[in-house]
Design a protein around this ligand. Structure first.
Ligand SMILES: CC(C)(COP(=O)(O)OP(=O)(O)OC[C@H]1O[C@@H](n2cnc3c(N)ncnc32)[C@H](O)[C@@H]1OP(=O)(O)O)[C@@H](O)C(=O)NCCC(=O)NCCS
Length: 158
């Protein structure tokens, strides 16, 4: 049975971690390895999908992640995500990545990523998700963007 409709705010999730030397890549001037950020993004977005679905969810796609600038060892990485669109069994999640240099008191938006999750029922098959209540102008805008992205992805489906 599908639960009651929820707002994007009800699926908000946050994870944060201090970047340590084991998170670095192999560059001459090391920055944080992109796979570390991708793993954090996937885990945070999964929490949002599970919060919205009220059950388990699996990653269908990680659509785009653009590393605009490096994140450095010693910075705090914070991921914030929420469900911005739902189909019947799938959910689009937008995750934003912030990097904070606590010593310098500076914080920046490092990148954003769109992901799609599918709610799985107890039998492991795709199952219906609650509807999404759009409360704000931003909710409606992100919903439109996600709807267009989904239509394009479905049109390209093999
Ligand atoms: C996710 C998975 C269960 C979906 O299986 P499936 O056979 O494609 O299921 P369906 O055809 O019923 O599609 C499920 C949903 O995904 C959507 N979908 C499938 N392919 C899509 C694509 N290329 N683009 C956008 N949405 C897509 C469908 O539209 C449907 O959503 P809707 O019900 O909201 O319309 C299956 O692909 C899977 O198990 N993948 C592996 C997941 C995984 O291992 N992830 C990494 C570890 S978490």
């Amino acid at each position: 049975m599908t639960g009651p409709a929820k707002t994007p705010r009800q699926s908000e999730a946050v994870i944060a971690d201090l970047m340590m030397p084991q998170h670095a890549n192999g560059l001459r001037v090391p920055s944080v390895f992109g796979g570390v950020i991708m793993s954090m993004v996937d885990r945070c977005a999964a929490l949002s999908a599970m919060r919205h679905a009220g059950g388990q969810a699996t990653t269908l796609s990680i659509d785009k992640i653009l590393f605009k600038e490096p994140i450095w060892v010693g910075e705090l990485v914070e991921i914030r995500s929420r469900v911005v669109f739902v189909g019947s069994t799938s959910m689009a999640v937008l995750a934003n990545v912030y990097a904070e240099n606590i010593a310098q008191g500076s914080r920046r938006h490092a990148n954003e990523c769109w992901l799609t999750f599918v709610h799985l029922g107890l039998d492991g098959k795709p199952a219906p998700v609650p509807q999404l209540i759009l409360e704000t102008a931003e909710d409606r805008l992100l919903h439109e963007v996600a709807e267009r992205r989904r239509a394009q992805s479905l049109a390209e489906r093999r």
